[in-house]
Design a protein around this ligand. Structure first.
Ligand code: HDE
Length: 754
């Protein structure tokens, strides 16, 4: 088992040469195997000579020379030194006045070491504190220059390096991954015209319409300030108090309580730019644009009971999944989709495109796929890269512009501002992961931790002593530099457009677009969250909000809380609400799933006396299908199979319980199954796989374990369970093939609704 799987797991060639001897003598252009004419043009700047691209990427159009090698450090075969490079002979003992005496003040080695340690932490992000990131590239499928002059879209096949960070919002840096929360989806494009940060979420709308309310929202959702409870959860009074007083959050809450907020993996989430942005071409013509990331692995989520258990079983569930997939060479991929529409079209929509609590339904404006992003290299150092990366919505490049969405407008300020306290000063753009590949030249100087050594006496403009450099590229043109799109002036006013006041029709649109199973999950999630709320009036207020969305939804939640549905909350507008037809693309289950079983984790439950030939056959088949099989048993060590051969146990149930696997196979062998039957963890394992609607394959005697734990052989109406197979060991193939298909589908909720 073990050896077979170790040998067969694909190796990530992009990591080769980054450690040990090879890392100390980096080859120029190591991550840039196809040298390109543009290389020298975009190679080094005064502050940065390091590309961030994933290894092995042959970029087209932009080819950053070198990589992060300039700043990589590798200590193998190196002597130990202080931070001043002084060799250290004793890293165990401080300098004492006599063996039993006090420590000498002059022990600069000890003092330097402790001082550094004392300052190793920086403030965590005020939101999105917990996250994981990876390197990769974006490849444009086509030349989009009629729409935008943004560098990444300049040519078909053009590749732009990216660094992408996924995150939860509410939890602190050490909180668990699988909690119910919105996920951040932040992409930094290192273009040859500067860095473009598309700082999005996995949900296309937001709780509030105006940046003015953001601190209130976050204060409400974060742990309550008197006792610091609860961690990484929205299920508490202050959150629900706030949102039920902010009916504009109704639409977002529907998404937040759907399975979107408990993704199976970062790799199986969509991403959205949320706001309406603008694309601007070289002639200065502009269109509105919404950004969508579509995962090629399909959209898959957890179920709530499972998510809650994973929080204990593996708090790093999503971080580990992303890391392992990339290490194994199963690179996560997303296609980029654009919804493009004109100002005139926008005026006809029954909602305001500047309102971030509204989507543009795909029936109104289809999503046009324009490129693909591939993440193919893990960071070398979590702190240096993932923690220090600074995403700012203000980082846009020529060809992209903001809309007047009042939430976006506030973000343009907030992201740059927050880095100054988080990263300790105005020069955070010089930290290697943040530094653009494009050359940086301006007259900004000094500040904390300045890295660049600026030459010459001129740090002002206009100047004649520096030949007028760095020179402006020309005020007029959209072709040469960044230019803001002209906007007609308007009156200064604190307020909102009238269409912002429709808080419910898109919440209803979301609700009616869900499958029955998804609707049930939403009802259950409301019930759970509001059951945690202690103040009865907040529960009632929530129901009066839901009464404006849909009667079945309101009734379902009311029943769950033991309440009657109260009269609906008064509407904020008297305008008749728009009626939307269902939009199938809003259902996770309606999206095309993964094409195969790739990277699905499958436990093969086995004990002593297992039938070795069928176990090996199933293992090999799953591996060949790209899945990750593991021989799982109550205890580590070796199993003695029925034929006397020995099989390594790869994982004990205790170390990795059922919730960490996508599916289970119960191996054949009477003694093996009897051993599993005696083990309470093994029995729980099978029960949970069943409860969480995951594929189950029982081979031969394995069926007895299903009976023992009460797994019904069919659904209640007598139809076959869509994700349960029993296989005759002599004729494995048909059941195994069906099982592989179910693995790709991931779950089947018909069983849950049974
Ligand atoms: Fe953020 N947000 N946000 N946000 N946000 C931050 O910036 C903020 C909003 C998002 O992986 C902070 O560097 C305001 C919407 C992501 O490093 C901070 C408002 C969306 C990340 C901040 C919003 C997001 C952040 C905290 C309303 C989806 C993590 C640390 C006006 C489109 C980026 C930091 C990463 C992080 C402010 C609303 C996404 C404080 C003021 C809407 C993915 O600047």
């Amino acid at each position: 088992g073990t050896q077979q799987s170790a040998a067969a797991i694909p190796h990530n060639a992009n990591k080769a040469g980054e450690h040990g001897e090879a890392a100390r003598t980096p080859q120029p252009g190591q991550t840039c195997p196809v040298p390109h004419a543009a290389a020298s043009a975009s190679s080094t700047s005064e502050t940065n000579g390091s590309a961030k691209t994933g290894g092995g990427v042959p970029p087209l159009g932009v080819c950053p020379a070198g990589d992060l090698d300039r700043v990589r450090a590798d200590a193998s075969e190196q002597r130990l030194t202080t931070n001043q490079g002084v060799p250290v002979a004793d890293n165990q003992n401080s300098l004492k006045v006599g063996l039993r005496g006090p420590t000498a003040m002059e022990d600069f080695i000890l003092r330097e070491k402790l001082t550094h340690f004392d300052h190793e932490r920086i403030p965590e992000r005020v939101v999105h504190a917990r996250g994981s990131a990876a390197h990769g590239y974006f490849e444009s499928y086509q030349n989009l220059s009629d729409l935008t002059r943004a560098a990444p879209f300049a040519a078909a096949g053009k590749r732009t390096p990216v660094f992408v960070r996924f995150s939860t919002v509410a939890g602190e840096r050490g909180s668990a991954d699988s909690v119910r929360d919105v996920r951040g989806f932040a992409v930094k494009f290192y273009t040859e015209e500067g860095n473009w940060d598309l700082v999005g979420n996995n949900i296309p709308v937001f709780f509030i319409q105006d940046a003015m309310k953001f601190p209130d929202l976050i204060h409400a959702v974060k742990p309550e300030p008197n006792n610091g409870i609860p961690q990484a959860a929205s299920a508490h009074d202050t959150f629900w108090d706030f949102v039920t007083l902010m009916p504009e959050s109704t639409h977002m809450l529907m998404w937040h309580l759907s399975d979107r907020a408990i993704p199976r993996s970062y790799r199986t989430m969509q991403g959205f730019g949320v706001h309406t942005f603008r694309l601007v071409n070289a002639q200065g013509a502009s269109v509105f644009c919404k950004f969508h990331w579509q995962p090629l692995a399909g959209t898959h989520s957890l179920v709530w009971d499972e998510a809650a258990k994973i929080t204990g079983a593996d708090p790093d569930f999503h971080r580990r999944d992303l890391w392992e997939a990339i290490e194994a060479g199963a690179y996560p991929e997303w296609e980029l989709g654009l919804q493009i529409f004109t100002e005139e079209q926008a005026e006809q929509f029954p909602f305001d495109v500047l309102d971030p609590t509204k989507i543009v339904p795909e029936e109104l404006v289809p999503v046009q796929i324009v490129g693909k992003m591939t993440l193919n290299r893990n960071p070398d150092n979590f702190f240096a890269e993932t923690e220090q990366v600074a995403f700012c919505t203000a980082h846009i490049v020529p060809g992209i512009d903001f809309s007047n969405d009042p939430l976006l407008q506030g973000r343009i300020h907030s992201y740059l501002d927050t880095q100054i306290s988080r990263l300790g000063g105005a020069n955070f753009h010089e930290i290697p992961i943040n530094a653009p590949l494009a050359k940086v030249h301006n007259n900004q100087r000094d500040g904390m931790h300045r890295q660049a050594v600026h030459r010459g006496r001129v740090a002002y403009e206009p100047n004649s002593l520096g030949g007028g450099c760095p020179f402006q590229v020309g005020m007029a043109g959209f072709t040469t530099a960044f230019a803001s799109l002209p906007q007609p002036p308007d009156d200064k006013v604190r307020g909102k457009p009238e269409l912002f006041a429709d808080h419910y029709s898109q919440a209803r649109l979301f609700w009616i677009s869900q499958t029955p199973a998804e609707q049930e999950h939403i009802v259950n999630a409301y019930r759970f969250e509001l059951s945690k709320v202690q103040t009865p009036a907040i529960r009632v207020r929530l129901l009066s909000m839901l009464a404006n969305v849909d009667p079945i939804l309101a009734e379902g939640v009311a029943q769950g809380l033991g309440l009657e549905v109260p009269p609906p909350m008064p509407l904020a507008t008297s305008a008749p609400p728009p009626q939307y037809p269902p939009s199938p693309s809003l259902s996770l289950l309606a999206r095309p799933g993964a094409k195969g079983a790739q990277t699905r984790k499958v436990a093969i439950l086995a004990g002593h006396g297992v039938d070795a030939p069928t176990l090996h056959a199933v293992y090999a088949e799953l591996l060949a299908a790209g899945a990750v099989p593991r021989v799982v048993s109550p205890q580590l060590g070796q199993l003695v199979a029925y034929d006397g051969s020995r099989i390594d146990v790869e994982v004990s149930i205790e170390a990795a319980p059922a919730v960490l696997y996508d599916a289970v196979v119960i191996a054949d062998g009477a003694a093996s199954v009897a051993m599993l039957m005696r083990d309470p963890d093994a029995r729980d394992f099978v029960r949970q796989q069943y409860r969480h609607c995951k594929p189950i394959l029982a081979i031969g005697a394995g069926q007895d374990l299903l009976t023992k734990v009460g797994v019904p052989p069919a659904l209640e109406d007598g139809t076959a369970d869509p994700a349960l197979w029993t296989a005759d060991p002599a004729a494995l193939e048909p059941a195994l093939a069906a099982f592989r298909q179910a693995l790709a589908a991931h779950r089947d909720f018909r069983r849950e609704r049974d």
